[in-house]
Design a protein around this ligand. Structure first.
Ligand code: IPE
Ligand code: IPE
Ligand code: MG
Length: 246
C-alpha cells in the first residue's frame, strides 16, 4: 500500500545528512491512555498508528534502518493482563501490517530473546513477517521485542564461549559479530518519547556514540513530523567520536 499520508520533506532537514539508522524508545502509552480516562492498554493500541506513520516517514526521507523498542526484558514485571495484551497486540500488529509494509519495501527483523515466555503464536508471526519481507531493501524495521541491551551482550558472550574463542581473540569486533544484528550500523540517532531521560536497557552496545534526542510527545501522538524534528535536532549536533575539530 502506498503511503496513505505523503508529506513534503520539511525545509529544515538537510537531505545530505539523513541518519542511516534511527532507534526509537516508544514510551508513554500508559500515560496517554490514563490522561483520557482509558485503560493503559488502549495506549498501546493507539501506538500502532504512530509506528506506521513513523515508518512511512522514515522511508520517505531515506532512513535505512529503524529499530523500535516494543517490549523490554523488564516489561515482564508488568501486570499479567498488560503483558498478555502486549503479546496479542504485537502478534496482531504483524498480522495487520506485514503485507502493506512488504509492499513498500520494508524488511521486518527482530532483536531480542526467543525465550519460553514469548507465546508460540507470537514467534510464529515474527518468523512469518521476517520470511515474507527478507528480500526487501528500502528500510529495515527492526523490532526490539523481549529485548534487553544487557541480555544481548550476555547472549554475545555465550556465543563467544560456545565458539571457543580464546581470551586473546576477544575484542570489540568479536563481540559485535555476535550481537543480534551485526549487519546493521550503530544507530546515529536514538529518540525517546514521553519526556523520560533514560535508556531503559535499549541498545547498550550499539548506542555508544549515538546522538540522543528526547521528545515530550507521548508515543501514541508521535507522527513523522516529530521524527523530522528529532532529525533536525540531530543535524545541529557536532559528532566528534572522541576526536577534535580539525
Ligand atoms: C511504552 O509505553 C510501551 C511499552 C513499554 C510496552 P508505557 O506502557 O511504558 O507507557 P508509560 O510509560 O507507562 O506511560
Ligand atoms: C522502555 O519503556 C521499554 C519500551 C518502550 C518497550 P519502559 O516504560 O518500560 O521503561 P521505564 O520502566 O520507564 O524505564
Ligand atoms: Mg514507559
Amino acid at each position: 500500500m502506498p503511503d496513505p499520508r505523503p508529506t513534503p520533506i520539511p525545509e529544515n532537514l538537510d537531505m545530505t545528512m539523513i541518519p542511516t539508522h534511527v532507534g526509537v524508545v516508544m514510551d508513554g502509552n500508559g500515560r496517554w491512555a490514563t490522561r483520557q480516562g482509558l485503560p493503559r492498554t488502549e495506549g498501546h493500541g493507539a501506538g500502532e498508528k504512530a509506528l506506521v506513520d513513523t515508518t512511512y516517514g522514515a522511508l520517505a526521507i531515506g532512513v535505512k534502518a529503524l529499530t523500535v523498542y516494543a517490549f523490554s526484558t523488564e516489561n515482564w514485571r508488568r501486570p499479567i493482563d498488560e503483558v498478555r495484551y502486549l503479546m496479542n497486540f504485537n502478534r496482531g500488529l504483524l498480522e495487520r501490517r506485514q503485507h502493506e509494509l512488504h509492499e513498500v519495501g520494508v524488511r521486518i527483523t527482530f532483536s531480542g530473546r526467543r525465550d519460553w515466555r514469548v507465546p508460540r503464536g507470537v514467534l510464529k508471526r515474527m518468523d512469518e513477517a521476517a520470511a515474507l519481507t527478507k528480500d526487501n531493501t528500502a528500510l529495515v524495521l527492526n523490532i526490539a521485542f523481549n529485548y534487553g541491551g544487557r541480555a544481548e551482550i550476555v547472549d554475545a558472550v555465550r556465543r563467544l564461549v560456545e565458539d571457543r574463542v580464546p581470551a586473546s581473540k576477544v575484542d570489540e569486533k568479536a563481540i559485535r559479530q555476535r550481537l543480534y544484528h551485526p549487519e546493521l550500523p550503530d544507530p546515529d540517532l536514538v529518540v525517546r518519547t514521553s519526556g523520560e531521560y533514560r535508556t531503559s536497557n535499549f541498545l547498550l552496545w550499539e548506542m555508544a556514540y549515538s546522538e540522543l534526542v528526547f521528545s515530550d510527545v507521548l508515543w501514541p501522538d508521535f507522527r513523522r513530523e516529530d521524527l523530522y524534528d528529532a532529525i533536525a535536532e540531530y543535524q545541529r549536533r557536532d559528532r566528534r567520536f572522541g576526536g577534535v575539530e580539525t
